[in-house]
Write a protein that binds this ligand. Structure first.
Ligand code: 2P0
Length: 350
């Protein structure tokens, strides 16, 4: 290779929003979870990270990562784990094929752009690490499957493993100490249930107060509700959720989604000191969903909240007017739903 040659590859990865939540690590270093989880991957055209990975003998010797134009620290163990694993796979390829350029020994330059607020409880780390891992895998021309890449992305951020697949995606907690069986799997492609929609209500685009990593560690250490959630409730609901998706049963999907969000936030409140992710506007959104469902006489809308106050409301396309329309009518004028403190955006699930 010439000393000025630049090798490059790009990809995008979408945000995923869990309907059965990941909360708790049995191994914080490898990001091995205390329970399995399940999410819906949003459409590529909506909330996503676009990442370009490149390497060149002409680059400065240190790896670098630029996110939305600002330089990020890549020395943390999570980013380092992803770089190390991907380089090791490239090295294996180079050893087996001596004619290949020795990219594994070159400095990496990663450039990422999110088209949504970073670290506002909108799963930015999920899309971010998924895109980072796939961009480098493409750059290195690795023969890795999405499952293999999910195993690597998980070490960047747990929820990132689910953004390597589209549609309805599970993350099997696994039991191996080395994390080899803690990977994502596709439950169904988006085309299986194309009527699914997600309305995202950005209550606050501010960075969250308690990081997921810190929050979940404190929950595991202090909540007495947590063991029942991790060992009994979630394993049962994972099976029920997979059936609901397979049968395109929105009532079951919606009820499980809302109950699991409530269960997750209950363990947050039961954490000591307590963790509050929901605020008054979040609770107003829950009330609106309840009113919509009461009026319909069945579950046609389902809320869920991650580690922040922003609501995601799932519904089917045929209920667009009732659900998205009512949210606009009822909450559009309220403080906290528009203006400087937040914007209201509507996003379709793929
Ligand atoms: C989820 N969350 O399943 C849950 C629901 C937040 C609430 O995954 O420490 O950023 O990087 O593995 O993946 C957020 O946790 O945590 C998360 P790390 P991550 O989507």
């Amino acid at each position: 290779m010439s000393s000025s040659e630049v090798y490059t590859a790009s990809t995008t990865a979408p945000v995923n929003i869990a309907v059965i939540k990941y909360w708790g690590k049995r191994d914080p270093k490898l990001n091995l979870p205390t329970n399995s989880s399940l999410s819906v991957t949003l459409a590529q055209s909506d909330l996503r990270t676009h990442t370009t990975a490149s390497c060149s003998p002409s680059y400065p010797p240190q790896d670098s990562l630029l996110l939305n134009g600002s330089e990020q620290d890549v020395s943390g163990p999570r980013t380092q784990a992803c770089f190390r694993e991907l380089r090791a796979l490239r090295k294996q390829l180079e050893d087996a094929n001596p004619e290949l350029p020795k990219l594994s020994s070159l400095p990496l330059k990663i450039v990422s752009e999110n088209n949504f607020p970073t670290a506002a409880g909108l799963a930015s780390s999920a899309a971010g690490f998924a895109a980072l891992v796939r961009a480098i895998a493409n750059l290195y021309e690795l023969p890795s499957s999405p499952t293999d890449l999910s195993r690597i992305a998980r070490q960047g951020s747990g929820s990132a493993c689910r953004s390597l697949f589209g549609g309805y995606v599970g993350w099997e907690q696994g039991s191996a100490a080395d994390g080899s069986d803690s990977v994502a799997f596709q439950v169904a492609p988006a085309s299986h249930w194309p009527q699914m929609r997600a309305l995202i209500l950005v209550v606050s685009a501010a960075k969250k107060g308690v990081s997921s990593t810190t929050g979940m560690q404190t929950t595991v250490a202090t909540s007495s509700l947590f063991p029942a959630r991790a060992n009994e409730t979630v394993p049962r609901r994972m099976k029920e959720m997979i059936s609901a998706i397979e049968n395109r049963d929105f009532e079951a999907f919606g009820k499980l989604t809302m109950m699991d969000s409530n269960s997750f936030h209950a363990t947050c409140l039961d954490t000591y000191p307590p963790i509050f992710y929901l605020n008054d506007v979040s609770r107003a959104a829950i009330k609106v969903v309840e009113a919509i469902n009461k009026k319909a006489g069945r579950i046609v809308a389902a809320y869920t909240f991650d580690a922040g106050p922003n609501a995601v409301v799932y519904y089917l396309e045929e209920r667009e007017k009732e659900v998205a329309g009512l949210f606009k009518a009822v909450l559009g004028e309220k403080d906290g739903w528009q203006g400087e403190r937040g914007e209201r955006v509507q996003r379709d699930a793929e």
